[in-house]
Design a protein around this ligand. Structure first.
Ligand code: WT7
Length: 712
């Protein structure tokens, strides 16, 4: 195993970095080893698995994942590449996803909990939904879809649902009938939902009147009216809006029900009680759902996922990487409105017949001890969340986990790079030093994990996702398509050389954009039907260490170019988090006469810490020590909160707009749009007071500022 701190801070002035390469200055971290107790019970503890999934066994190795499912008819071709890069998996096979997630568990586990739903109000009852109960609810709702709507196999239904059990019920009811579901994150605006309805051309919207968030019963139905209006502007008529009621019989919304368009599901349901609907046997390559990518800008991309390939991939990765056993109590605290929730709350865990926990509300409501009380109460064994939540829980309740008697064997972090410092808190405090952690790198487009340690077989390394998962063969390429070597300390564009079953099939309605965004850059021959000619360009920057572990730096456009040196925003932010008082950090470029761009840092502090020039100095000093003089920030702004997307990603482009006195762009999908004005007022008046208002930007400078943080 490679030693700790193999590479210390680098003197940037002496480093020659081309535009194609991002020098990486993070320090190497030491390994952490999985506890023996974990290894003893793990689903994958035999290293023979690496051989089974090695390149010589590709693509047939993935039959092992498909064999975890129940098929109505077996496939004749594992991978069909004839219409590259529109890959087809398990061709000839037929199955039903709803049957696989529910029906097949009934014989053995009829009355075992499938979903345990925790409502946000802490005095409300937890709902335990057994596999039998879930089966009944899915069938009844499928009967309603059949009888009351004219949705048929192959049609699309849009959902705009909060985190309630009715959401997986509706998803699996659609899956039962071969109706393609398109769940839009409940926190998105009505307009955002309407745009997605129009893009997918759905005629039915399934929503709820209200839900609890941060102690309030939020009016959600109003968004349905906005969504329908927006869809109409874009030429799509929504014929029916099916409204679940958060509290059946009571209505939580101010918005009137539109006669002939809006219907309460609990009222309609009277006609469908107890009805059973046979699952429709679907071809493996039939679309199961659409998930719009969380792109912070640009037209959202409807990622179309398949039935057989997707379900096989999430089931296999849930088994080996989430280490899900049927007897586990597994809690993924993501929202089902994101791909993480689709794959690792609903489809993967239920396909494996485990108990999946769902929580309605904010993890910090009413206080930062809530997740740990839920974990204690339900005996959660396996916990899955994102760095932004971990940072938030650490900020608000650094000592809370120790107060509760829960015990995780396995934890996941997903969604963005995790700073080593935050990783260690997750490991030591949340995991009590006793749980393995997988840092899983993947994307909405991918269906399931691409990078992660195999928890019983690889050591963990804070800040690195680990090697590629089994059956995935990445390479890091520079702008010319040349390979960047492992251990070189140089980053490039991470690509996956081979197709895998979970890869999305296309962008809904826009196959050209699919090819252009993900394949054109490194395609070797547009006519080729050999998968080797079609590396998948993930649009992420990454570096591979000498030990083969990948460190993901985030979307390739999230870099700051200072005098020709490309600095990853994450490494700058990670350095800031080494300052004890800092809770969150965001790095942005600011146009600079001399250096092209300079770095500006925005930080928020841990509770109880007063803002002071001393902290600003510490941050600057830390960046200089960790990365180099060139990265020394022009300003360090201490703010109370960062503008964030609903999924918790810091909107660096908004902050960059403030720092450069340019337009901050669309902020309507932010979780906290109000902070934007506060920060703008504070930062810009300080700048003006110090004569630091930039001159009029040239067109090129403006373009650079605007493209920052704008992933395709
Ligand atoms: C982007 C995908 C993964 C499903 C939820 C987010 C970043 C994701 C990691 C990780 C470093 C990560 C990448 C990726 N990302 N996981 N473990 N380490 N970066 O899905 O919204 O499609 O975002 O999130 O930049 O491209 P998404």
């Amino acid at each position: 195993m490679s030693p700790k701190n193999a590479k210390g801070p680098v003197d940037l002035e002496g480093t020659a970095a081309t535009e194609a390469q991002i020098a990486v200055h993070w320090r190497e971290e030491g390994y952490f080893y999985p506890p023996a107790k974990f290894i003893g019970q793990a689903n994958a503890s035999d290293p023979g698995i690496f051989d089974r999934f090695s390149e010589k066994n590709y693509p047939e190795c993935f039959n092992e994942y498909a064999d975890l499912l129940s098929w109505d008819q077996y496939w004749h071709t594992t991978l069909d590449t004839s219409n590259a890069p529109f890959w087809k998996w398990f061709v000839g096979g037929k199955l039903n996803a709803s049957y696989n997630c529910v029906d097949r568990h009934l014989a053995k586990d009829r009355n075992k909990p499938a979903i345990i739903w925790v409502p946000e109000p802490e005095d409300a009852d937890t709902q335990v939904i057994t596999y039998q109960e879930l089966y009944m609810r899915i069938n009844e709702f499928a009967a309603l879809l059949n009888g009351f709507t004219d949705l048929r196999t192959g049609d699309v239904a849009t959902f705009h649902m909060p985190m309630v059990p009715e959401l997986p019920v509706a998803m699996l009811a659609c899956a039962r009938l071969g109706i393609i579901h398109s769940q839009v994150f409940g926190g998105f605006s009505g307009a955002a939902c309407g745009g997605r309805i129009a893009d997918s051309k759905s005629r039915v919207l399934i929503t709820m009147d209200g839900y609890y968030r941060n102690g309030e019963l939020v009016d959600h139905k109003v968004k349905a009216d906005e969504a329908v209006a927006r869809a109409l502007e874009e030429g799509v008529v929504v014929e029916k809006v099916l409204v679940f009621r958060r509290r059946p019989g009571e209505y939580a919304s101010q918005s009137p029900m539109v006669p002939g368009r809006d219907f309460f599901v609990d009222e309609l349901m009277a006609d469908y009680r107890g009805q059973i609907v046979e699952p429709v046997s679907m071809p493996a390559e039939a679309p199961l759902f659409i998930m719009y990518s969380s792109g912070t800008t640009g037209r959202p991309k409807g990622c179309q996922h398949s039935t057989g390939g997707y379900l096989a991939y999430v089931t296999g990765t849930s088994k080996y990487y989430q280490d899900i056993h049927p007897e586990d109590t597994y809690w993924c605290a993501a929202d089902i409105g994101w791909i993480t929730g689709h794959s690792y709350i609903v489809y993967g865990p239920l396909s494996l017949g485990t108990t999946s926990v769902m929580y309605e509300g904010l993890p910090t409501y009413p206080d930062a001890g809530r997740p740990w009380r839920i974990a204690e109460r339900l005996g959660v064994t396996t916990f899955h969340t994102a760095p932004t939540t971990i940072r938030m829980l650490r900020k608000l309740g650094p000592d809370e986990p120790a107060k509760y008697n829960y015990h995780f064997k396995h934890m996941t972090t997903v969604g963005e790079p995790i700073e080593p410092d935050v990783w260690r808190w997750y490991h030591d405090v949340v995991g009590k030093g006793d749980a393995v952690i997988v840092d899983t790198w993947w994307q909405t487009e991918n269906g399931g994990f691409l990078g992660s340690t195999l928890p019983a077989l690889h050591p963990m390394k804070p800040g690195s996702c680990g090697p590629a998962v089994i059956g995935i063969f990445p390479e890091i390429l520079d702008e010319n398509g040349d390979k960047v070597d492992a251990g070189s300390g140089i980053a490039g564009n991470i690509c996956i050389r081979n197709p895998w079953p979970g890869i999305f099939q296309t962008i809904w309605g826009d196959p050209d954009r699919f090819v252009k965004t993900y394949y054109e850059k490194y395609n070797k021959d547009p006519k080729s039907t050999d998968w080797r000619d079609w590396p998948y360009f993930a649009n992420d920057g990454a570096m591979q260490a000498g030990d083969g572990y990948y460190r993901i730096l985030g979307r390739v456009d999230d870099v700051i170019n200072v005098s020709g040196h490309r600095l990853g925003t994450k490494e700058l932010e990670s350095a800031c988090l080494m300052v004890e008082e800092v809770a969150e950090a965001a790095a942005v470029p600011v146009v600079d006469q001399v250096r092209g761009h300079a770095v500006e840092m925005y930080i928020s502090l841990k509770p109880g810490v007063e803002a002071s020039p001393a902290i600003q100095n510490k941050v600057s000093q830390m960046i200089e020590t960790e990365i180099g003089k060139i990265a020394r920030p022009k300003n360090v702004w201490i703010v109370s909160d960062m503008p964030k997307t609903r999924s918790g990603k810091i909107m660096r482009r908004v902050i960059a707009g403030i720092s450069n006195f340019t337009d901050v762009g669309d902020i309507t999908t932010l979780a906290n749009p109000d902070v934007v004005n506060d920060i703008r007022h504070f930062v810009q008046s300080e700048k003006v007071a110090h004569g630091d208002e930039p001159r009029e930007l040239t067109e090129e400078e403006l373009k650079a500022v605007k493209s920052f943080g704008h992933a395709e």
